[in-house]
Design a protein around this ligand. Structure first.
Ligand SMILES: Cc1cc2nc3c(=O)[nH]c(=O)nc-3n(C[C@H](O)[C@H](O)[C@H](O)COP(=O)(O)OP(=O)(O)OC[C@H]3O[C@@H](n4cnc5c(N)ncnc54)[C@H](O)[C@@H]3O)c2cc1C
Length: 479
């Protein structure tokens, strides 16, 4: 069998990792021919790291949280080799010029008493609503936290990161992401004038792994190196022409284009691109050519700021800070140096700011720079603008979020089986479009599970049952 693997991000790396593992047991697999192509000059995709002069950073700060025993074992193996370390999350929210711990709803006692009481009052009317197919994100959040918290924090924070109104987003993907507020406890804290914040340890990324040196892309590069694969970098797969026994693909490298036939394609390229690139052999109309309108995504405006000096004491162990204030175009700030000290020269530190590209003002570099500077001054990450050594804005902007719109599942339920009937297996963050299983561990495991299904009679849990895998109970059938 001849198999084309398109892209070399975590999804394909997971597929190839499992393939190598299975081919040690099942020697027949070694008769297959694997052709691996990646349009960039390195592995990792959105999880690769970038080095510009003496600064290195991710596309948005990346960290490894694992919902899977299989993936955790790999991270622990690297930890034993001294290549990975663990870190505890400390995330804050900059609200009303105050830094309060995340989650917002558990810490409203730190706000002005009048505001806190208003929020508490509307929270009392809230219910423990379950996410579901017929409830949009706006309805869900108002019902869960009350209108005051929705209006003050949830809506501005989320509309900035998703880039579309929350009533166009479903709630079906939420599973256990957001804790239920304990109203009695919050009321006690407001009445007692409690001054300390509550940093709760819910969620899979409370403790996470990060590389001991460098950034997350370095982990993927090492993993790929250890697989000893033959990889065609700077190579792009364009058109797909399915037939009854496989798929003909156009593969571009430099100025050359090669047409080759494969029994099967495993793709982690964005689904909205793949759909448009499928050509029917007899010029029949592609049945899905207009469906990409329903697969919505946004871009990331990733901005790195290099600052002279050390990370100020009050931010020493902070991982990231949410920025709900609508005067800021960025929705999140991360202190890269607090993850890895070697990402910039001694005597400097790195800040990463993320904005969703949904507004044309992000084309205006001056606005991005002045907004970034304002945030750093407001937060007191620096007191003097002359300490800002450099601002790096990543342009063109990479893909950011696959948006869980209300229509998404209906569209996917049509497209994915159609593609499989044409021998094209699309998986991964933008290959499967499921944000809830779109992190590195999920994508790596989407690749592992696909390989297991195709060559080891395994089951694909991640794409079919996100809620189950996100509960952390998931094991491979033969684990
Ligand atoms: C801002 C941001 C922050 C994130 N933070 C985290 C985090 O902290 N923790 C976490 O676990 N995850 C995080 N993620 C998610 C993580 O980046 C993804 O889970 C992961 O990279 C997805 O892997 P993938 O293989 O599915 O896709 P990608 O990483 O997109 O890889 C796909 C690869 O395919 C290649 N390709 C595409 N089309 C073609 C083609 N036609 N021909 C050839 N090659 C092609 C691309 O160049 C790319 O290398 C973050 C993502 C973003 C955007």
């Amino acid at each position: 069998m001849k198999i084309l693997v398109v892209g070399l991000g975590p999804t394909s790396i997971g597929f190839l990792y499992r393939y190598k593992e299975l081919s040690l047991k099942e020697t027949l697999l070694n008769d297959n021919e694997l052709v691996i192509i990646e349009k960039n000059n390195k592995p990792g995709g959105l999880s690769s790291s970038i080095t510009i002069d003496e600064y290195s950073f991710d596309i948005g700060v990346h960290l490894f949280a694992s919902h899977y025993e299989y993936f955790t074992k790999i991270l622990e193996k690297y930890e034993k080799m001294g290549l990975m370390k663990r870190k505890i999350r400390k995330s804050l929210i900059f609200y009303d010029n105050k830094l309060i711990p995340y989650p917002f709803q558990s810490n409203i006692h730190l706000l002005d008493k009048y505001k806190a009481l208003l929020m508490l009052d509307s929270m009392k009317k809230s219910s423990n609503i379950k996410f579901g197919d017929n409830i949009n994100l706006k309805q869900w959040a108002i019902e869960k936290f009350g209108y005051e918290i929705y209006r003050s924090f949830f809506e501005p924070q989320n509309e900035k990161s998703w880039g579309i109104p929350l009533n166009n987003i479903g709630s079906y993907w939420l599973s256990n992401r957001i804790p239920k507020p304990d109203v009695e406890e919050i009321e006690k804290k407001i009445n007692h004038g409690e001054k300390d914040g509550t940093q709760t340890n819910w969620g899979p990324n409370n403790e996470f792994f990060i590389p001991s040196t460098g950034r997350c892309g370095d982990f993927w590069s090492k993993l790929v190196e250890n697989l000893s694969l033959d990889i065609n970098y700077n190579t792009y797969c364009g058109f797909y022409v399915p037939d009854v026994i496989g798929v003909s693909c156009s593969i571009f490298h430099g100025n050359t284009c090669l047409n080759d036939h494969f029994d099967m394609v495993v793709s982690s390229a964005p689904l909205h691109e793949v759909i448009l690139e499928i050509q029917s052999p007899k010029n029949l109309k592609n049945p899905f050519s207009n469906l990409d309108n329903h697969l919505r995504y946004n871009f990331l405006c990733n901005t790195i700021v290099v600052i002279k000096g050390d990370v100020p004491e009050k931010f020493k162990d902070v991982t990231w800070i949410y920025l709900p204030n609508n005067d800021y175009i960025f929705y999140r700030l991360s202190i890269v140096t607090n993850y890895s000290h070697d990402t910039s020269p001694p005597g400097t530190f790195l800040i990463n700011l993320e904005a969703s590209y949904n507004n044309s003002f992000l084309d205006n570099i001056k606005i991005i720079e002045s907004n970034a500077k304002r945030i750093l001054m407001d937060l007191e990450l620096t007191f003097d603008l002359s300490n800002i050594i450099r601002i790096i804005i990543q342009n063109p902007y990479p893909l950011n979020y696959p948006i869980p719109t209300l229509e998404r599942n209906t569209v996917l339920n049509d497209i994915i089986p159609y593609l499989e009937s044409q021998n094209i297996y699309s998986r991964g963050r933008f290959g499967m479009y499921k944000y809830e299983v779109g992190n590195m561990d999920h994508c790596f495991m989407q690749g592992v599970e696909l390989c297991d299904r195709l060559f080891n009679s395994g089951t694909e849990y991640t794409i079919h049952d996100p809620e189950f895998v996100n509960s952390g109970q998931m094991k491979l059938d033969d684990d």
